[in-house]
Design a protein around this ligand. Structure first.
Ligand code: ZN
Length: 398
């Protein structure tokens, strides 16, 4: 019972390890691209200067051009130093996470105090992850700082997601999301994400909404037509949109003008960025809770008859934890336990199930306690019928 299944524990920790590695990969690729582009452009400029006629550029102009190139290289150096700092942090973060997970191998039993401490730290980081995802960034940062778990929190990534989502949902602006798409174009292309097209389409729709038809046509030529290989029918429909006003009731165009598209875009942005960074769409807290709930779910929990529910069962609390259990399968019970609806306690030989004349069953302890208060009478909590305790019949389970 006390044995720790390290493989099972590691299986759910995959995103925890992968997130900083994915960020590192992306950061390295971006600085590599930046260096290649700048160096080749500076090299090409030098070649042009060297191959020109000796007096094509005056000494002063030559001096100015060279100073410009030197400044450009200095800026590149500064940017690469910043990138190097960020990469070093990500490497450090990956190491710290690997060290944390490798501790699991050293534990011999779940009862060990060191393992309990490890689990408490994990609970804190799972809560930090949950709060970051729900937008409570400051609270998450405070908990991470108090528990010394900053290296376990992907704060900057979630802060970017939240800020961009807010910009889309509340300010109705695609600026930040489009900038992110430009920085990650090749990765988006690899996963065949149409996010950038959807954002461009939204900017087009806003121009159409504002009556800027000429501007919208020019925008479509520049930003929508490059997508014609995969999005031609939608581009055609977008052009038709220009013939309608924002108050149209014509279904496809009404849906395009609908402001709910902004909420959809915010959701699309989140799912794409999570996908690129290998983050699960659900918080780890939900996965861990669902593991426990799946062991408790019985047919009674999902019965339409509310009276069938058990007040001590978290799955039966359909407004809270039960929601997480909605899509889980029923648990497989080899042995059944009978639980008294009144006390929530298990019924067995010493506390046997008693059947009232109306057919409902409760534990002897519950009925005896009730009879002691009601002068030998018991009241069925489901039907409010009153019987004498002596009328209850003991049941035998074979
Ligand atoms: Zn239940």
């Amino acid at each position: 019972m006390d044995r720790i299944n390290v493989d099972h524990m590691l299986a759910i920790e995959e995103p925890f390890m992968k997130a900083p590695l994915e960020q590192l990969k992306r950061a390295v690729r971006q600085s590599q691209k930046l260096a290649e582009r700048e160096v080749s452009q500076v090299g090409a400029a030098l070649d042009t200067m060297a191959s020109g006629a000796p007096d094509a550029l005056g000494a002063e102009e030559m001096d100015r051009a060279l100073s410009g190139l030197i400044d450009r290289l200095k800026t590149l150096k500064r940017k690469l130093e910043e990138a190097q700092h960020e990469e070093a942090q990500l490497i450090q973060r990956s190491k710290q996470r690997a060290t944390d997970l490798s501790e699991l191998d050293g534990f011999e039993s779940a009862a060990q105090p060191e393992f309990q401490r490890w689990c408490r730290a994990r609970l804190d980081r799972v809560l930090v992850d949950y709060m970051l995802r729900s937008g409570s960034v400051e609270t998450a940062q405070r908990l991470a700082a108090n528990s010394q778990l900053e290296h376990f929190a992907d704060t900057s990534l979630f802060a970017l997601v939240m800020a961009t989502e807010r910009e889309l949902r509340e300010q109705h602006s695609c600026r930040g999301a489009l900038q992110w798409c430009a920085e990650n174009r090749s990765a988006l292309h690899r996963v065949q994400s149409p996010l950038e097209f959807e954002l461009r389409l939204q900017e087009f729709i806003e121009m159409a909404r504002g009556g800027n038809t000429l501007g919208a046509i020019a925008y479509a030529k520049r930003h929508l037509t490059p997508w014609s290989d995969t999005q031609l029918p939608r581009i055609e429909r977008a052009m038709m949109l220009l013939a309608f006003s924002a108050t149209t009731q014509c279904p496809p165009y009404k849906a395009m003008f609908d402001e709910a598209r902004w909420v959809q875009l915010a959701g699309d942005f989140r799912s794409v960025i999570f996908r690129l960074f290998n983050l699960p769409s659900q918080p780890l807290l939900h996965l861990l809770l669902q593991t426990g709930l799946s062991a408790l779910k019985t047919p009674a929990c999902i019965s339409g008859d509310v009276a069938e529910r058990n007040r001590d069962c978290p799955v039966c609390q359909t407004e809270t934890l039960g929601r997480l259990a909605q899509d889980l399968p029923l648990s497989h019970h080899v042995h059944s336990n009978l639980v008294c609806r009144i006390t929530g306690e298990r019924m067995h030989e010493d506390n046997p199930p008693m059947r009232l004349p109306n057919g409902y069953v409760y534990s002897l302890d519950a009925l005896a306690a009730m009879a002691a208060k009601l002068g030998g009478k018991v009241k069925c909590p489901r039907t409010a019928q009153v019987f004498g305790l002596a009328e209850a019949k003991k049941l035998f389970i074979s």
